[in-house]
Design a protein around this ligand. Structure first.
Ligand code: CP
Length: 313
């Protein structure tokens, strides 16, 4: 595997899940694999889990991680082709990506969408520019349209906690005060479509995700009907896709409550706004898997880095 930019880079999700579980049992088994290798983690946006878990994953493999908050600390990067750079950007991605490739054996990038320019966001211009102009493998730490490290994590977590052979998994929209990206939801959908689960999506009218991603997955506009017999309720807010990047209304009655989810396990990628997205009674109960999910971020990232290191020996 050269790059990990999408859930579609996973060739066999079941074997990946099993391998991640083995890494979890013995995280330092491959500590020699990354010896004298460097990974650069470039953040255009904030992070807690991705930043720390990816560093931890690299350290478990013996790699040296170096981290940069690109938006705050680097020169402003220009992505346009042929731009006359007499504005706020001081360095072109052609040089920036090539230079970072001199220092790093793998580059991981986080770059969120604008949520105002659908065409630009869907072009994945930041992530794809790194793929194009860097000479080393690229890992997506959440881009405009996908968060494949999170999607792999969620698949591992569901596999670990499933009590039946083919659990029912519901992805439910929940309210939020801000317009949020579609990336986590998109990658979760793509991961569930690869797994042997009964998978449905619940969201209010106007919040249907990109139909090219949801495909044949059933979409409910009635949360209660979607939650019937659910084993896992995975919750995430996202802004409208059709009315791109907009918060259409507050829909506060879509907040996740204990009454709604019953015996189902609750999942969320975090960070989560308590009593807006989900009530305390869920997060503070045994039903919540959010901390276990966050722990699995390390092993999802470690598996991805291991596969890239093995492919590029
Ligand atoms: N779930 C997730 O990506 O968390 P961070 O934004 O804190 O990295």
């Amino acid at each position: 595997m050269k790059h990990y930019t999408s859930i579609h880079d996973i060739d066999n999700i079941n074997s990946w899940i099993e391998e991640a579980k083995q890494l979890k049992v013995n995280p330092l088994k491959h500590h020699e694999l990354g010896k004298n290798k460097t990974i650069g983690l470039l953040f255009f946006n904030s992070s807690l889990r991705t930043r720390l878990s990816t560093q931890k994953a690299a350290l478990n493999l013996g790699m040296n991680p170096i981290v940069m908050n690109v938006s705050g600390d680097a020169w402003g990067i220009e992505f346009g082709d042929g731009t006359i750079m007499n504005g706020n950007t001081a360095e072109h991605i052609k040089e920036a990506a090539a230079v970072v490739s001199q220092y790093c054996d793998i580059i991981a990038v986080r770059a969120f969408p604008t949520l105002t320019d659908k065409v630009k966001d869907e072009s994945e211009h930041v992530l794809k520019s790194f793929v194009k102009f860097a000479s080393v493998p690229i890992v997506n730490m959440e881009s405009a349209t996908g968060h494949p490290l999170q999607g792999l994590t969620d698949a591992i977590t569901i596999s670990e906690h499933a009590k039946v052979a083919r659990p029912k998994v519901v992805l439910s929209w929940a309210p939020h005060i801000k317009a949020l990206p579609h990336a986590v939801a998109n990658s979760f959908v793509q991961a569930m479509q690869k797994m042997d689960v009964e998978f449905v999506i619940a969201n209010p009218e106007g919040y249907d995700l990109n139909p090219e991603i949801t495909g044949n997955t059933e979409v409910f506009h009635n949360q209660e009907a979607a939650f019937k017999d659910a084993d896992f309720v995975y919750t995430k807010n996202w802004s409208s896709y059709s009315d791109y990047g907009k918060v259409l209304n507050k829909e506060t009655d879509w907040m996740i409550t204990k009454d709604k989810i019953g015996d189902a396990k609750f999942m969320h990628c975090l960070p989560v706004r308590r009593n807006v997205v989900v009530e305390d009674a869920v997060l503070d109960s045994e039903s919540s898997l959010v901390i276990q999910q966050a722990n699995n971020r390390t092993f999802a990232a470690q598996l991805v880095l291991k596969k890239i290191l093995e492919s590029n020996k």
